[in-house]
Design a protein around this ligand. Structure first.
Ligand code: AMP
Length: 229
């Protein structure tokens, strides 16, 4: 066992909290690789449902385009299904869930059914003003999902993904300045109260997420190592 191998016996559950653009997805991917956990992004699951044209995806599409939150009922059902898949036994990093108190309570109920607990809810602290710039310049590799940014992180060789060599990149439909304003408002009204919720459960950790990606990742790894032992 090396220093990063979890000593936990039940699968770890980590929650990443933070406004859109805080870097939850980027950090979740790094934690996934380092700790062998599975990243569960409800945004990704919903975008897949929209692309596949499922009934849930059809209901979610316009809501997501407006930057509002999809109904708790839909999101909880999607998350519950995904959590029951076998790879989640490795432990999970929840990226973008829960986003409301109802979702947090539903997660507590789901975990108590399986005898699991939340190891840590990590709040990524950022300045709202910087988020619009971060979000409006970001894009990902269409093949592997590696994240990039027009100003902050471009591929070493223009047009070629550093991670997989892919040459196609995509931008999210909701990463526009107008939608970002709605998404930030939804975060403050509905999700930020979860910081106090998890503080009350004794699992809250906070991290300054305004710095360099790698230095934030080192801070996150320290928190996660502590939370899994
Ligand atoms: P994200 O990729 O996490 O930024 O999510 C993109 C969009 O998907 C959000 O703006 C919401 O419309 C929707 N969404 C993702 N996760 C949730 C959630 N837990 N609850 C409600 N809506 C969500």
């Amino acid at each position: 066992m090396d220093a990063t191998t979890p000593a936990t016996t039940t699968p770890a559950v980590l929650i990443l909290l933070g406004p859109p653009g805080a870097g939850k997805g980027t950090q979740a991917r790094m934690l996934e690789q380092r700790f062998g956990l599975v990243q569960l992004s409800t945004g990704d699951l919903l975008r897949a449902a929209v692309a596949a044209g499922t009934p849930a995806g059809k209901q979610a599409k316009a809501v997501m385009e407006a930057g509002d939150l999809v109904s708790d009922e839909i999101v909880i059902a999607i998350l519950r299904d995904r959590l029951s898949e076998p790879d989640c036994a490795k432990g999970v990093i929840l990226d973008g869930f829960p986003r409301t108190t109802v979702q947090a309570q539903a997660l507590d109920a789901l975990l108590s059914e399986t005898g699991q607990r939340i190891n840590a809810a990590i709040s990524l602290e950022v300045d709202d003003a910087a988020m619009v710039e971060r979000i409006s310049g970001r894009y990902t590799c269409a093949a592997c999902g590696e994240g990039y940014h027009d100003s902050f992180k471009t591929p070493a060789q223009a047009g070629i993904c550093d991670s997989c060599g892919g040459t196609e990149f995509k931008r999210r439909a909701d990463d526009t300045a107008e939608t970002v304003a709605s998404r930030l408002a939804a975060y403050h009204a509905q999700t930020a109260p979860l910081i106090a919720y998890y503080e009350g459960e004794g699992v809250l950790q906070t991290i300054d997420a305004m710095g360099e990606i790698d230095s934030i990742a080192r801070g996150m790894a320290g928190i996660v190592t502590g939370a899994m032992t």
